[in-house]
Design a protein around this ligand. Sequence first.
Ligand SMILES: [Zn+2]
Length: 66
Amino acid sequence: MSSTTAVKDPVCGMEVETANAAGHTEHAGQTYYFCGSACKEKFDKNPAQYLDKQAGKPKSGHCCCG
Ligand SMILES: [Zn+2]
C-alpha cells in the first residue's frame, strides 16, 4: 500500500509496476514483469534475446569496444 515497485519490461523497456503488470514470468530464478501479454509472449518464446540486450557486462571473448 505504501509503495509500489517499478521494474523494467525487458521486451519494450517500459517501466511496469509489479502490481499493475499484465503478466510475469520466472526465468533463471528471477521474475520479469510485462506491460502486456504480447511482451510476455515474446519473452517466453526467446528470453535470451531480451536478457542479452539488457546485460551490462560484456561476455568474455566478445568485447566490441575495448
Ligand atoms: Zn512491454
